[in-house]
Write a protein that binds this ligand. Structure first.
Ligand SMILES: *[C@@H]1O[C@H](CO)[C@@H](O)[C@H](O)[C@H]1NC(C)=O
Length: 267
């Protein structure tokens, strides 16, 4: 006997599925940990957006790197860090994840979720850096510049013992779509221009949330809170439904048997 899922459960799962279909999602789950705090150069990180407990969601728009660029090579060129120490690549965004808020003190597992419209063909890469690994990356980049001005990058002072949970997320995007030739302007005869590929900036939303019991994103809690009672009620109702239907099934079986016997006699 196959137990088919009840109607409310099917509806709930369909709603979840539809939610997925409308957008693509990239997720990174991570554990927060106490890390040594380091002095990061203000010019580089000063204007990065911050996600924190009270402001855990923000929308951006990024110009994808050209089709075919390997994600790990996006924004890896030497001139990515300007002489003032700012990162200037248009295909990436850096976000500070401020996990030091006391409201998050009891949580150690977090999820960073990036969603973008399914209509925008793009691939995203999310990477997390601790303050120390970020400093190492910045120092490496600075050395590539012909006229390095590293005075504002200070090595972590050895006497410093302060710690932080803050992490830094690096998000890069590459075009994954079918190239669309630019619509030719009337009267434009330059064939090179008509071959130019137009790639629109991709809008996306980034959400940082704690994970309950290490697995359940905070925003899914209401859905689970709805599904659990529905599933419990369904589970309790199934034996009753079977008990209710059983006499009918027995009766139908008996009728079939009788019919078969009659047909045999009639032959
Ligand atoms: C959270 O981030 C927002 C925007 O980045 C900022 O305005 C706000 O002061 C931050 N809140 C705390 C508690 O740090």
């Amino acid at each position: 006997m196959s137990r088919r899922p009840s109607f409310p459960v099917v509806c709930a799962f369909l709603a979840l599925l539809c939610h997925r279909v409308a957008a693509n999602t990239e997720i990174i789950n991570f554990l927060s940990e106490q890390q040594r705090s380091v002095d990061l150069p203000r010019p580089a990180i000063g204007n990065w957006a911050t996600l924190n407990f009270s402001h855990n969601e923000q929308q951006w728009s990024l110009q994808p790197a050209p089709l075919g660029t390997p994600l790990h090579e996006v924004c890896e060129t030497d001139n990515e860090v300007s002489p003032t120490g700012q990162m200037t690549c248009p295909h990436q965004v850096w976000v500070t994840l401020d996990l030091d808020d006391s409201s998050w003190a009891n949580y150690h597992a977090f999820t960073l979720r990036l969603s973008w419209p399914a209509s925008a063909p793009a691939d995203f890469l999310i990477e997390l850096y601790s303050p120390e690994s970020l400093l190492a990356l910045l120092s490496r980049r600075q050395r590539h510049i012909s006229n390095p001005d590293t005075s504002h990058i200070r090595p972590p002072s050895s006497g410093e013992s302060s710690t932080t949970y803050t992490k830094y997320a690096r998000i890069r995007v590459v075009d994954a779509g079918v190239p669309t030739p630019q619509i030719q302007q009337p009267g434009h005869t330059d064939s090179r221009l008509s071959n130019l590929i137009v790639v629109e900036p991709v809008p996306f939303i980034l959400i940082l949330e704690q994970l309950y019991w290490g697995v359940l994103p905070a925003s899914l809690l209401p859905t689970i809170g709805f599904l659990v009672p529905v599933l419990l009620v369904t589970a309790m109702a199934i034996p009753r439904i079977i008990a209710y239907l059983d006499p009918f099934v027995q009766q139908a079986r008996q009728d079939l048997k009788n019919k078969a016997t009659l047909e045999k006699k009639g032959q």
